[in-house]
Design a protein. Sequence first.
Length: 133
Amino acid sequence: MAGLAALLTLAALRSPAAPAAQVPDAVTRPGPAPGSVAVPITLTTPALARTVAVGDVVDIVSVSSTDDQATPTARVVARAVRVIDVPDQGGSFTSASTPVLVLEVPEGQAVGLIASSLTASLAVTIRHHSGSH
């Protein structure tokens, strides 16, 4: 009898799973895939940001020069990353005059991309247009 009472007590303590809370639309926009992070970057000029759209796959090129270099140095710092927001084109992030892209970047590339964005100018090359232009 004591075992039955314990079983009934445990059953009474378990509540059915609560339904998932509704999430506002502003929060449910597509984000980065598992294993990736969203990284906002500032491009060199507004014209560069206008050439891409959400869904495009791009390479990000870091361009830097020093006083003793006649020719700037360029290197790809993020390869084949997906654009997940372009604030200039009605995206969810705002920016008055600074050309910003938000990219889905594999976690392993994120730190290098962020470091480059702080020390060099960034440009974009388009690998694949999403077709939204």
